[in-house]
Design a binder for this molecule. Structure first.
Ligand code: ATP
Ligand code: MG
Ligand code: FE
Length: 332
């Protein structure tokens, strides 16, 4: 079966073709415009999706060397995300399915981040634990089956990606700051600045205290030395990154101990972070976990994860009607 996947939940317009469970194309049009505003501007995102969706889908079809008449089903991100952005992908998918008389499949974006692990070998075995860390979410999920997932813990305030991006803003780095902090951190000393670890007993997370601690630390240092940031960027980034990573991995270790599950995965945009990837590998070796880390292109938003999730739903004949509407909030 040939499934077309459409992703438009935030600021990436993406289309992908999946043939019998194999990804043949994954075209991503990013929106550079938001860098000027220090964050995603919803109205501008919707407009850019509207401009990008047709050429992105055309390119995905071309690169997969198929004809649009060959497509058997269309899967789209129903939510969670920005409603105006979701509406573009949803409306496109509905129109495409209606005009071609093919089934329509709704996909949960947070489930899709996790299901990106089924694009290529090695694939995790059910049940596995997934730490999903992205721009809007931080979750520890017990994945029992493709679409049977239990939320064990989540952030009480900022998401991990938000912690990176908001810290970057304090450090005068452009949006999105996560990849830049990662880059500077490679040259820095992670023990240069002491940052607090929140004391939360269960499997939930909190990152807002860390953000405030960084702000106060930078302000205090700048009173002494106005060039503090320029001179210490690598050390500050390394310290911040190492604290975010330790907060994430300590909870993941706790979840692994509580559940006894040994297949451990990470997913979402922040799983592209090199510090997180390295530390997880080290922790996995130490505790004899089977660790699953997605390829970089399947960490941040992409339609391949929507197409692969859609393919699984296609096999289960899990289709939706034309009355389907997008949802800004959805549970895993
Ligand atoms: P959600 O999936 O929760 O709806 P989103 O789709 O906007 O949110 P993703 O595209 O999955 O999020 O991830 C984007 C986030 O990943 C941003 O916060 C970005 O800073 C962060 N990110 C990307 N690469 C890195 C990196 N190398 N290090 C740290 N953070 C990173
Ligand atoms: Mg994005
Ligand atoms: Fe995402």
């Amino acid at each position: 079966a040939i499934v077309l996947g459409i992703e438009s939940s935030c600021d990436e317009t993406s289309a992908s073709i999946c043939i019998d469970g194999e990804i043949k194309s994954n075209i991503i049009a990013s929106q550079a415009i938001h860098a000027n505003y220090g964050g995603v501007v919803p109205e501008l995102a919707s407009r850019a999706h509207q401009q990008h969706i047709i050429p992105t889908v055309d390119q995905a079809i071309q690169q997969a060397k198929i004809h649009k008449n060959d497509i058997d089903a269309v899967a789209f991100t129903r939510g969670p995300g920005l409603l105006g952005s979701l509406l573009v992908g949803t409306s496109f998918a509905k129109a495409f399915a209606l005009s071609r008389r093919i089934p329509l499949i709704e996909v949960n974006h947070m489930q899709a981040h996790i299901l990106a692990h089924f694009i290529e070998e090695p694939k995790p075995n059910f049940p596995f634990l997934c730490l999903t860390v992205s721009g809007g979410h931080t979750q520890i999920v017990l994945v029992k089956d493709y679409f049977d997932m239990e939320l064990l813990g989540q952030t009480l305030d900022d998401a991990a990606g938000e912690a990176f991006d908001k810290t970057a803003k304090i450090l005068n780095l452009p949006y999105p700051g996560g990849p830049l902090i990662d880059k500077y951190a490679k040259e820095g000393n992670p023990d240069a600045f002491k940052l607090p670890e929140p004391q939360i007993a269960d499997l939930n997370f909190s990152f807002s205290g860390l953000k405030t601690a960084i702000l106060y630390m930078v302000q205090a240092q700048e009173k002494i030395n106005p060039d503090f940031l320029q001179e210490n960027m690598a050390d500050v980034c390394a310290s911040v990154q190492s604290r975010i990573v330790s907060i994430l991995l300590n909870k993941l270790k706790k979840a692994a101990n509580l559940t006894g599950v040994k297949d451990i995965a990470i997913a979402g945009g922040v799983s592209a972070n090199s510090g997180l990837r390295e530390s997880l590998l080290a922790m996995g070796a130490r505790y004899r976990w089977n660790v699953f880390i997605p390829k970089f292109e399947y960490c941040t938003d992409n339609a391949a994860m929507i197409a692969i999730a859609g393919y699984q739903k296609f096999l289960q004949k899990d289709f939706v009607g034309q009355d389907i509407t997008p949802l800004a909030r959805m549970h895993v």
